[in-house]
Structure formats: structure tokens, C-alpha cells
Design a protein around this ligand. Sequence first.
Ligand code: NDP
Length: 249
Amino acid sequence: MQANSMKDRVAVVTGGARGIGREIVRELVSGGATVVAVDIRADLMADLAANVNAAPGQVDCRAQDVTDSDGFTKLIDDVVEKYGRLDVMVNNAGITRDGLLVTMEDANWELVLKVNLTSAFFGTRAAGKHMMRARSGSIINMASYSGVCGNRGQANYAASKAGLIGLTKTTAKELASRNVRCNAVAPGFIKTEMTDAIPQQAKDIALSMIPLKKMGLPQDIARAVAFLACDDSAYITGQVLSVDGGMHM
Ligand code: NDP
């Protein structure tokens, strides 16, 4: 993104230590933002700070489980106290626990809903309060092709991502009068450690469904998030932006 398009802005990105989240952190920092990267992976924070922290922006790494309502809410309050503002909230942390619906264990249903959907509610509630007061803000939720179209073997994941789309549209309607926007990005098949774990046969099937005939890169998602974060998208709210090589069509 352009070097100064996020100058003086403060963003929180969950799941920011690796994969798509890390690229979002990098993209917003390159636009001049102060980015608070939140992740459960404390072991990756030193590398993140060393490699993504670059002028004109800066990165502030925080180890935090986003399913901990009190801890995550306090973190967001701390960010506002430290930097005096919060302009962008990216609810990106997510996990998969795939399996066929009829044999899916309760624990795997509940965990995926908690990490992917409930944490975004915590983040949106905490950030939304500050943004409404400031009469400005952009909240971005990381949905998925699976949440838009459904996906075999992902009942828990697809439900969590479809839930995020409902949360996005409701947040957009509730907060619009205070100039706070909320949108979702729905990635398709993106090359990260999450998808590296998928067996080759399943990857081949997914690739055959993508009109552009290739996997996406984390940068493809990061650029879409950066667009929704900055003023270029000032009149866009309540949208689900599919970034999937045409897979959803
Ligand atoms: P990664 O697994 O590569 O990165 C996600 C990061 O979030 C990891 O560091 C992970 O830690 C962290 N995390 C998990 N649980 C928590 C938690 N409770 N609190 C804080 N941090 C946590 O995922 P991707 O980059 O591939 O995906 C990012 C987002 O994009 C997710 O929401 C995913 O569902 C979505 N998405 C990804 C697609 C893809 O093709 N990759 C496609 C569609 C959507 P840990 O290593 O411990 O899990």
C-alpha cells in the first residue's frame, strides 16, 4: 500500500504472527501504521518484531489468546490507552479441525466456533466501543470461501465463517451511524501453513475449482484488507469481499 496511507493510524491484527495475519501486519506497517500483532504463538513474536518492524510504521507484538474475553478486551483497552486511538481491528485468528459432520466431536465443533467466531465478537465489541466514541473506524473479519459456499468436511469451520458474515453485516448496521465500518474478506485457497497441511489429492480437487487455476498468496489477502482498512474504501460497509481466484462463482 502507499507509504503514507495509514500514517498515524493504529491497527490491531489477531493471528498476526504467521500466515495471512503476518502479511496483513506487514502491509499495514508499510502504509505507515502502528500495528499491534496479537497471537497465541509467543514463540513467533521475536521473529515478527525483527522482520516486520520497518519504517514508516511499527509493530507492537502481544502474546494473547483471543478466546480469553477479559484478557483480549483488556489488551484492546491498553492499546487505546497507550496510543490514544484505534482505527482498524482485523479479526483474523482462525483454526481448522476438519472432519465429516456425522463423526465430528463436540469438542472440535466448540473449539472452532470459539476461536473463529466468538473471539471476533470479543474483538468487535471491545474495539467498536472506542471507535464509536471516536466516530471513526474500520473492522475487518476474516471469513472464508467455506463460509460463503459451505465445504465438505468443514461443518464447524464453515458455520464459524458464515457466522462471521452475519456478525459483519450486523456490526455494519449497528455502527454505521457513528462512521464505523465493518466488512469481511473471504479468502479462497491461500498458500499458508494451514493449507500446507492438506493432502495433495484434496489440494488438486480445490485447484480444479479455481477459475484462475492457482492458489492465492497471503499478500493477495493482505492487500484486500489494507484496502478495507484505509480511506479508499470509506463508502464501503457490510460487504463480503471474496479473494479466491473466482472460486465462489
Ligand atoms: P495460520 O494457522 O497460518 O495462522 C493463524 C495464526 O492464528 C496462528 O499463529 C495461530 O496460532 C493463531 N491463533 C490460533 N488460535 C489463536 C487464539 N486462540 N488466539 C490468538 N491467536 C491464535 O492461518 P492462516 O494464515 O492460513 O489463516 C488466517 C485466517 O484466514 C484464518 O481465520 C483462516 O480461517 C482464514 N482463511 C485461511 C485460508 C487459507 O487458505 N489459508 C482460506 C480461508 C480463510 P497456532 O499456530 O497455535 O494455531
